[in-house]
Ligand binder design. Sequence first.
Ligand code: HEC
Length: 310
Amino acid sequence: MTAQQRQELVRRIDSQGDPHRGQLIYRRQELNCIQCHAVSGAGGNVGPDLSGIGVNSPTEYLLDSILLPSATIKEAYLTRQVLTGDGVVVRGVQIDRDDQRLILRDENGREVVIPIDDIEQESEGKSLMPEGLHQLLTQAELVDLVAFLGALGKPGEFAVHSRPTINRWDALVEIPSGIRWGELTDPQFAGQFESLPDAAWQGVYSLVDGSIPADAIPAQFRERSVGPALLRGQIEVVVAGPIGVRVDGASDARVVIDGRRVEPDGAIELKPGRYPVYLLISDPADVQSLTTEVTKPSGSPAQVTVLGGK
Ligand code: HEC
């Protein structure tokens, strides 16, 4: 691309880019943006959190982040590339190093430990952000995607909001055979679902405003015959106290934390620690948009963080 074509593209992004369409492109599975980047706390941590990226980043910079990921790498994301004695190449961000071993975090977020004696060659690596992602997009899609990045954090719909919505969920897609949802008591939730393998769950991410659009719920649940959908979020209680959960968009959702039911206007007392939040939706096919917010009754001393990692 010539400098002039790039300037022209920047002008198009600023004048015609549609951040709403861009958000849907950002969420596409084949691009993997969400697997590496978090927005509003939900998403991966291989790359920087993008919640406020639009505030101080010129359009050119955002465009180049996609076209030429390795041209400007933030210091914290500089990588090392290592060739080991077995001929394996490992590239990742350096997490730790001493005279025994080097620890790198690779593009899947995995930490790889390499004994120093096993290093044949070592050099500065490229960005962990893949090159050529724009080749999966039409130019119009690239324009909208960059417009979305440019809107992130600015006042309006894509601002960082302070409501503690649960933005990252797992949907149970491999339902244990013989399960009778109607007969499941609240205390049984912990035992039933905590031991299932990761593969039984599929990640579901909210939009920047904290709502889950209908099409983010796995397709199998959007057919009326399938039955309830079970979603699992995660919170960390830092200071004990009563907390509640408000669900908008699924009137009959059942909320269970710590083996206890959280009634729509009620609250339960929680001690410090991490807790899965279970949301059982009996008619997922009816859901248009779902927002779940952690609440505190007035006077509650509770301090709660919503967890949103990959
Ligand atoms: C395999 C992981 C990975 C994927 C997939 C990925 N990125 Fe990145 N991204 C990174 C890393 C690591 C960095 C930081 C290093 C750099 O600047 O290249 C980064 C940097 C960025 C930056 C600059 C951030 C800053 O604070 O300066 C933007 C913007 C960005 N990515 C957007 C995207 C978008 C949009 C997508 C999807 C089309 C995407 N990324 C896909 C890993 C990824």
